[in-house]
Design a protein around this ligand. Structure first.
Ligand code: CA2
Length: 145
């Protein structure tokens, strides 16, 4: 059965809890439930992991090899800074879909650069929490499963 790892980076644990005017009222746990039902209805599995620590995210990418078929990654602010995440993705030989809740290109200049895009198969941004199910479907199609 297809298995997709959904990986979330720094501060995404605060979704729905702080600054709802910026990121909305949907919590990360709501997003996880949404992804779990979406996957169950379509016959694939998702595993969820969130960390505020760059090294823990690198470890999760390494550990995904031989366990998962693809990774859906919202690297949060590490998107714009992390060569370590870029290198981990380049080394793992799994398709990665980059995901952002907000349209990073309509925001501050510093959010326009992504180290993840350079090694991702594609990127979804600007559709809020719905982007997660779009990302899951895009990866499944990419895998041809
Ligand atoms: O739009 C996205 O999904 C981002 O990856 C979110 C990151 C941001 O740094 C990226 O540029 C775009 C920030 C996530 C922070 O989430 C918070 C949620 C609630 C309260 C504070 C931060």
């Amino acid at each position: 059965m297809t298995s997709i790892l959904v990986l979330n980076g720094p501060n995404l644990n605060l979704l729905g809890v702080r600054q709802p005017e910026v990121y909305g009222r949907t919590t990360l746990s709501d997003i996880e439930s949404m992804c779990q039902s979406h996957a169950a209805e379509r016959g694939f599995t998702v595993s969820f992991f969130q960390s505020n620590h760059e090294g823990a995210l690198v470890d999760a990418i390494h550990d995904a090899r031989n366990v998962h078929d693809a990774i859906l990654l919202n690297a949060g602010a590490y998107t714009h800074t992390s060569i370590a995440l870029h290198d981990a993705i380049a080394s793992v030989e799994l398709p990665v879909c980059e995901l952002h809740l907000s349209n990073i290109h309509a925001r501050e200049e510093f959010r326009h650069t992504s180290f993840i895009s350079k090694v991702a198969v594609g990127m979804i941004c600007g559709f809020g929490a719905h982007g997660y199910v779009l990302g899951l479907d895009a990866l499944r199609r990419h895998l041809g499963h």
